[in-house]
Design a protein around this ligand. Sequence first.
Ligand SMILES: CC(C)(COP(=O)(O)OP(=O)(O)OC[C@H]1O[C@@H](n2cnc3c(N)ncnc32)[C@H](O)[C@@H]1OP(=O)(O)O)[C@@H](O)C(=O)NCCC(=O)NCCS
Length: 203
Amino acid sequence: MDIRKIKKTDVPFISALHMKMLPTSIARIGNPYLSELYDTLLKDIGLVAIDHGSIVGVITATANLKKTHQNVKCLLYHPSTLWTIGKAIVLRRVTIGSLFERMAAQAEILSLFPDPYATILTFFVDKKNQHQGIGTKLLSSLEKQFPVGTKLYVDTATSNTNAQQWYKFHGFRSIKTIRNTIVLYLSTQKRDLFLHREHTSLA
Ligand SMILES: CC(C)(COP(=O)(O)OP(=O)(O)OC[C@H]1O[C@@H](n2cnc3c(N)ncnc32)[C@H](O)[C@@H]1OP(=O)(O)O)[C@@H](O)C(=O)NCCC(=O)NCCS
């Protein structure tokens, strides 16, 4: 299993895996929107895990959520995106309320936390490849993309208890709940303990 940076040609595969593994309101807008979104996120930090030539895991992040948020907002107001969103609403794949909730949570996060705010944006591993250490490797590789000492955040739906447990096990601490979103940050102290435990179990 290899980990490498995301390439533009990966975008259709990543979008399809995102739809399958993380069917949030954003994903339910549909594949055309996700493809555009990942094209935008290519400007940020993105890694994929490759197993036997296929993408089996993805992690994306930004060192500055404000900048990424601006880019995504531009994308949202593009006529072709508005058309895709309109179609998703008519087909009842998403509700205006859920999209508004997500946008509002992000805006609140930006107003509450220090700038620049470094955060994981999307993270998933294909179901059949989970529990093989791929998520852990993706997270460790991602951390190396940031300057030492960067405070890394992540947010997830309060209903996604599995992800919360996973993040906590991997050194994150919950810090705040905003609307239906829980914000966690990577505590360096807890992380060091985790890495120490990993290291001793490998020895
Ligand atoms: C979160 C996710 C990316 C983890 O990927 P993964 O490759 O399975 O993770 P790893 O194999 O590296 O880590 C699994 C280990 O973490 C630990 N762990 C603790 N709590 C866990 C939990 N709730 N779920 C999974 N692993 C957990 C266990 O030690 C586990 O090892 P085990 O499988 O031998 O018991 C994956 O579960 C996923 O794609 N979930 C759906 C998408 C999602 O919710 N993403 C987060 C959105 S913000």
